[in-house]
Design a protein around this ligand. Structure first.
Ligand code: AKB
Length: 315
């Protein structure tokens, strides 16, 4: 039975991951942490501690107090916010990661942290981006993600720490909204469709990015953590994806359920430049081969589920 510390538990991934982990490993075995608190299930349904991930001593104290054997480090600033506040992004994203890795090393924990399609840049092959390829990102977030991938590899080779990770595409979910990402439009569009039957996209038509529905992302984390470590060649930065689409594709899919839905564009140059520097679609065959990565949701199935679940939530 695992005992897991999760950082950034009140974020988009953390909110759903904590509840999934609690259902699998038991409420008291999942220690949720975040820099803030609220009255959500994450805080109420099991152990919860306030943690600023730049405070290494506090992270170590919490991990020791609960005798955790696994750390899932999610706390980070996303791409668009990191571009607005690059120094804060460096300090939080890299400082938090190194503190989490050090805590894991001292307590001999298994370790997971996500990388992102943001770890690629304009000189990376754009279509079916290979697992191993050129990584020269032009964003602070991308610099953090490439550095993080290398740092996790380093802790594995140098200290034998069982580090694991994936490169997430844009994640779409209805429980907690993302914040400060470039792919957030693909979540906002569903909220606005239900609320106003209208969405103004800050990402231009024809801009393709990889995406994934949250249930597939959560299964990927659990599957990779449970996978046989001896079979993992790429431990820390597996390309994973479920679909690749542009804004007009998701609008057309929503219109199948909601014919009156309309979308127009008001392109945000900062987020558009980030999106333009990322792949159109990535190749996830290494993840499929090494630990059986698979997905259930394509754009059609995800849209039907999002509109139904979000519709109920916003009623
Ligand atoms: C972002 O847009 O910053 C994130 C990501 C793809 O890493 N959703």
């Amino acid at each position: 039975m695992k005992k897991v510390l999760v950082t950034g538990s009140l974020g988009q991934i953390g909110t759903e991951l904590v509840s999934k982990l609690r259902s699998v490993y038991g409420d008291s075995n999942i220690i949720a942490t975040d820099i803030r608190s609220n009255d959500s299930d994450v805080v109420k349904s099991g152990p919860f501690e306030i943690l600023d991930v730049t405070d290494e001593q506090k992270m170590f104290d919490i991990a020791s107090k609960y005798k955790v054997d696994t750390i899932i480090h999610l706390a980070a600033l996303l791409s668009a916010t990191a571009e607005k506040k690059p120094l804060l992004a460096w300090n939080l994203n890299m400082g938090g990661l190194v503190n989490a890795l050090e805590t894991a090393r001292e307590l001999k924990c298994q370790f997971f942290t996500p990388s992102s399609i943001g770890a690629f840049g304009p000189s990376t092959p754009k279509d079916q981006t290979p697992q191993d390829t050129i990584q020269r990102p032009t964003t602070m977030y991308g610099v953090n993600k490439v550095s993080g991938e290398l740092l996790c590899d380093y802790y594995y080779h140098k200290f034998g720490l069982d580090t694991r990770g994936v490169r997430f595409p844009g994640l779409i979910s209805y429980e907690a909204e993302p914040g400060g990402g470039t792919t957030d439009y693909a979540v906002e569009i569903y909220y606005e469709a239900i609320r106003n039957r209208q969405y103004t996209s800050y990402i231009d038509k024809g801009t393709y990015m990889d995406m994934m529905y949250m249930p597939d992302a959560l299964n990927a984390i659990l599957d990779l953590m449970e996978a046989d470590g001896s079979k993992l060649i790429h431990r820390n930065a597996f390309n994973i994806t479920a679909m690749s689409f542009a804004p007009e594709d998701v609008a057309a899919e929503i219109q199948k359920h909601m014919p009156s839905f309309k979308m127009d564009y008001q392109v945000d140059p900062v987020r558009q430049a980030i999106a333009d520097s990322w792949p159109n679609s990535i190749d996830s065959s290494a993840a499929q081969r090494e630990w059986g990565f698979k997905t259930e949701y394509n754009l059609e199935k995800m849209t039907a589920d999002m509109l139904e679940k979000l519709g109920k939530k916003l009623q």
